[in-house]
Design a protein around this ligand. Structure first.
Ligand SMILES: NC(=O)C1=CN([C@@H]2O[C@H](COP(=O)(O)OP(=O)(O)OC[C@H]3O[C@@H](n4cnc5c(N)ncnc54)[C@H](OP(=O)(O)O)[C@@H]3O)[C@@H](O)[C@H]2O)C=CC1
Ligand SMILES: CCCCCCCCCCCCCCCC(=O)[C@@H](N)CO
Length: 329
């Protein structure tokens, strides 16, 4: 049997740490109701956005979706209406066009939950990627999110006695770690994190709660299209981590929004990454804060293990087994 004094010495500091974190963790927990609320989803015509729109409608939300003016928008509306019986409002706009986005929000009326989900991705090494493709990703994923939030925020702030609001941003695990072939995409998604961390401080007094969602690779029309054109090296690296279903990601995302979590991982790898990159992000669960503090060292070792694995792999791919070639004069 362990010496009781020894157990006490071990448990006491942990208990004190838990107590300290309980007093300091901010912002305080809250919950975001979904039933009978107006949930507005950009990029709601396909993949993760469509699955989320369907799930929110089936939980009794009034759902609006925004996407480019293609047939998919009407198809999505009919699909959700047929399977849930809930009427869906659709708005055709390019998130890169602020005026068009603004008009959509004027027509949509007050929003309780805004999900900024639209996104484009073309995996390719920067050297082989044109600046037009780089700009495309930054414009749609990052600037497009600014356009959407700027256009929606005044109406969301004006909500009188409507209960807590939410702004959720769809990032990616490539927005937590830089991944080979994703210089532009990762930059656009890392950008969302700065936006989200600062925005949460600005809108907390309006009872608006920001969530940043980090899906791993997910089986969607956008993903299927991308895997056909991206370099084989990316496909091989990604294969290790598997692919989630859009419905699974939607469930994790909606649960994260409901519990007003700032960081929302969607699978185990995402959870590891969330702890590894906790940094100065808000934390609404003191238990998670405790996990972050208690595992910081070991998580860093695991992260370094991943880097070791990736770099070894990249060198092998280029026909080198022992790391970078050293030029000897
Ligand atoms: N699938 C994956 O592996 C992962 C995806 N993500 C992120 O999840 C989000 C959704 O991705 P996913 O469902 O896979 O993608 P899809 O390509 O299947 O769907 C993207 C959605 O965004 C809309 N969209 C694209 N460009 C614009 C634009 N300029 N203006 C308005 N709407 C636009 C599309 O509309 P339209 O159909 O009209 O073009 C569509 O509704 C993205 O932000 C993506 O970065 C994150 C991690 C992994
Ligand atoms: C401490 C622990 C560290 C764990 C690191 C694990 C890294 C996982 C990499 C998963 C690759 C999925 C990228 C999705 C890119 C994307 O967003 C898609 N749109 C592109 O298809």
């Amino acid at each position: 049997m362990a010496d009781p004094n020894f157990s006490f010495l071990l448990i006491l500091p942990l208990a004190l740490l838990l107590l300290l974190l309980y007093f300091i963790f901010r912002p305080r927990p809250t919950t975001i109701p979904i039933k009978n609320r107006h949930v507005f989803i950009t990029g709601g015509s396909s993949g993760i956005g469509l699955a989320l729109a369907h799930l929110a409608a089936s939980e009794g939300a009034k759902v609006s979706i925004l996407a480019l003016p293609f047939d998919k928008l009407e198809e999505a509306k009919n699909y959700i209406q047929l399977s849930t019986g809930i009427d869906v409002a659709v708005f055709a706009a390019d998130v890169r066009d602020y005026d068009a986005v603004s008009k959509a929000f004027e027509a949509a009326g007050p929003i309780d939950v805004l999900v900024v989900n639209q996104g484009v991705f073309v995996g390719r090494e920067l050297e082989k990627q044109g600046l037009d493709e780089v700009r495309f990703m930054v414009d749609v994923n990052l600037m497009g999110s600014f356009n959407v939030i700027k256009a929606a925020l005044p109406g969301m702030k004006d909500r009188k006695d409507r209960g807590p609001g939410s702004i959720a941003l769809m990032s990616s695990v490539a927005g937590q770690a830089g991944i080979y072939g994703y210089t532009a995409y990762s930059a656009s998604k890392f950008g969302l994190r700065g936006l989200a961390e600062a925005l949460q401080q600005e809108v907390i007094i309006d009872d608006i709660h920001v969530s940043l969602i980090f899906p791993s690779a997910t089986d969607t029309p956008g993903h299927t299209k991308e895997t056909k054109t991206r370099p084989q090296l990316i496909n091989t690296i990604m294969e290790t981590y598997g692919t989630m279903k859009a419905e699974e990601v939607a469930k994790k995302a909606l649960d994260g929004i409901k519990s007003a979590s700032f960081i929302v991982p969607c699978n185990f790898v995402g959870l590891l990454l969330s702890i590894a990159t906790a940094g100065l992000s808000p934390q609404r669960s003191f238990i998670m804060a405790f996990v972050e503090v208690a595992t910081a060292g070991i998580i860093r070792i695991i992260a370094l293990g991943f880097q070791w694995n990736w770099y070894t792999y990249i060198h092998k791919w280029h026909g080198q087994n022992k790391g970078p070639k050293v030029l000897v004069a």
